[in-house]
Ligand binder design. Structure first.
Ligand code: GLN
Length: 487
């Protein structure tokens, strides 16, 4: 068995027991990248040199008998919208194609303090707008389970790299499903943390009130370990919450007995593939057999979620992306006539179609004549969706739903139909609208052999309950088999 096939928690033990070195591990993952990257395309930038330097440092520290963080020397992939000092951070956009940040995001300070081995930057939909990684300016990322299919998005590279063995764990960002949806389509584990639990300082903003960085990995424990690295209060992010965060991995325990699972009927309606519904309900039944109580709940405003999300997210994006104007950093058009022309040409040439669509939609819903009819109404529905979740959590501890309506679609199938693409987020956007945590877990394969995802949604800051439930389910499955066989 090669090292890249193992989980972070297994590798952590092996490093501690000197069964392998951090450099051997780093080199095995680099070799795997070499073997599979032309088929998968998960990376925008492979940082082989700095990765090997870190691995050497970790090995020296182990040899010197220093006590290291459990994730020291574990190879990690970083979504390319997270600022990495000295490593290009492109957001998979022409606008930032050559941008090398002078600073690290807070999560990177934490990852570096833990001495994890950063393998490079992962491909994504441009500025995290999309559900298939097809809007990347860089190149396509393919689903390792079937390279004709999309890996999901926007954190497509982060998820595909795990399923391909090209990274052991990774970081993604989730504004409306971008960690959970690709995790589901690539058959890996992905956690979207509670809004405010992970610092957004150094995350290139898409929709600031919804964005959250989170971990992806092969197992619940890996994700729990990485979440403990990145969470915590940060004075550089005014929305970061100053509370005690538990050691999630240490706190992992099976919790089916006495657990109340809510099933919202609105997430099992029309448009959700029958095989997905069946596999999610099968998972719920298995937890029930272990002592969990299952009850039906209702989240009636779910039908407005997609509209609400795309209004709020686009409104914020139109404001956040105003900074890319050719003046401060990033791309600037070559030929222009005066300042206004420079702005126009830079933004026309620097942004792709989907980003432009969002900026136009966002500007429209914020404009004086339409503000009340669209943005204000969306904010009202946002409140309603949050209240419905609060009432639901009076009846249950976790809510189980599909992560995505169906398994991965073919490359090119939806890219010409934005509305169809947006519908892929129908089960995930409500979680961001309400600021909740949610995790996606593999729950079997469909008839075409493609992974399907179970989503567990928790109340604010209930990550431990969520992870425990996920861990219980993982044990019932005898572990998740995440690596793609066909590569
Ligand atoms: N697919 C959604 C969108 O395109 C979600 C993106 C995200 O979570 N970053 O907006």
């Amino acid at each position: 068995m090669r090292l890249y096939e193992k989980t972070a928690s297994e590798l952590s033990e092996m490093l501690k027991n000197k069964e392998c070195s951090a450099l051997e591990l780093c080199d095995d993952v680099l070799a795997r990248i070499n073997e599979t990257e032309d088929k998968v395309g998960a990376y925008v930038t492979v940082a082989a040199e700095t990765a090997r330097e870190n691995a050497n440092k970790v090995d020296a520290a182990i040899a010197a008998g220093e006590k290291l963080h459990p994730l020291a020397g574990i190879p990690i992939g970083i979504k390319d919208n997270i600022s990495t000092k000295g490593i290009r951070t492109t957001c998979s956009s022409k606008m930032l194609e050559n941008y090398v940040p002078p600073f690290d995001a807070t999560v990177m300070n934490k990852v570096n303090a833990a001495q994890m081995t950063v393998m490079g930057k992962m491909n994504m939909d441009e500025f995290a707008m999309g559900s298939s990684t097809e809007t990347s300016y860089m190149h396509l990322t393919r689903n390792p389970h079937n390279t004709e299919c999309v890996p999901g998005g926007s954190s497509g590279g982060s998820a595909a790299s795990i399923a391909a063995g090209e990274a052991i764990v990774s970081l993604g960002s989730d504004t409306g499903g971008s960690i959970r949806q690709p995790a589901a389509l690539c058959g890996v584990v992905g956690l979207k943390p509670t809004y405010g639990s992970v610092s957004r300082y150094g995350l290139v903003a898409f929709a600031s009130s919804l964005d959250q960085i989170g971990p992806l990995g092969k197992s619940v424990k890996d994700v729990a370990m990485l979440q403990s690295v990145i969470c915590g209060h940060d004075r550089y992010d005014a929305t970061s919450k100053n509370i005690e965060y538990p050691d999630y991995a240490a706190g992992l325990k099976e919790n089916a007995k006495g657990l109340k699972i809510g099933i919202p009927k609105e997430y099992f309606g029309e448009g959700i593939d029958d095989q997905v519904k069946e596999s999610v309900m099968k998972a719920v039944k298995e937890l029930e057999a272990q002592g969990a109580a299952v009850c039906e709940i209702s989240l009636p405003s779910t039908e407005y979620a997609i509209n609400t999300y795309y209004i709020i997210a686009s409104a914020e994006a139109s404001s956040n992306l105003a900074r890319f104007d050719g003046v401060k950093y990033g791309f600037r058009a070559k030929d222009y006539d005066g300042l206004t022309d420079m702005y126009e040409k830079t933004r026309s040439e620097g942004f792709g179609d989907e980003v432009k669509r969002r900026i136009m939609l966002g500007t429209f819903v914020l404009s004086s004549g339409y503000f009340d009819a669209y943005y204000k109404k969306a904010k009202k529905i946002q409140k309603k969706i949050s209240q419905e979740f609060s009432s639901a959590f009076e009846k249950c501890d976790v809510i189980a739903t599909p992560t995505v309506p169906a398994s991965a679609f073919k490359i090119g199938e939806n890219i010409g139909d934005p509305i169809k693409m947006y519908y892929n987020d129908v089960c995930t956007v409500t979680v961001n609208i309400a600021g909740l945590p949610a995790i996606s877990l593999p729950c079997g394969k469909d008839s075409s052999g493609m992974p399907m995802g179970l989503q567990l949604i928790g109340n604010k800051f209930s990550e431990q309950t969520l992870l425990n439930t996920a861990y219980t389910y993982e044990k019932l499955c005898g572990g998740f088999d995440v690596l793609a066989k066909s590569l």
